[in-house]
Design a protein around this ligand. Structure first.
Ligand SMILES: [Zn+2]
Length: 115
């Protein structure tokens, strides 16, 4: 008898190769490394802010990186409380294919579209 993972990820789509725990661990690792990437990106932009190269494009990039970082933090927090993988608006399970592409997504495709 195996313990039921707290993370409600549906693993049927990928067959029996990976358990739900494996998938959750992989997505969690992806989020951790993406958080590091975005933080580094922000750090670089922060340094550039003092230079003459800093223009509106860099400003937009910084805004996007900040927003992405916030989403990643939110997704990681949802891992903590065991709601990762479900839509924060309608409560539906977010398809695995979506999480594979955007591991920080906290809403299903439908809710993301209507937002
Ligand atoms: Zn939804």
């Amino acid at each position: 008898m195996t313990a039921v993972p707290a993370v409600p990820i549906v693993g049927d789509e990928v067959g029996a190769v990976e358990s739900r725990d494996d998938i959750a661990a992989r997505l969690h690792a992806m989020l951790i490394s993406r958080r590091a990437e975005e933080a580094e990106q922000l750090g670089l932009l922060g340094t550039a802010r003092d230079s003459t190269d800093f223009d509106e494009h860099a400003e937009i990039a910084a805004t996007v990186a900040t927003e992405t970082l916030r989403e990643i933090e939110r997704a990681l927090a949802r891992f903590e409380d065991g709601t990762y993988g479900t839509c924060e608006l309608c409560g539906e399970v977010i398809p695995l294919e979506r999480l594979e592409v955007i591991p920080e997504s906290t809403t299903c495709v439908n809710c993301a579209r209507t937002r």
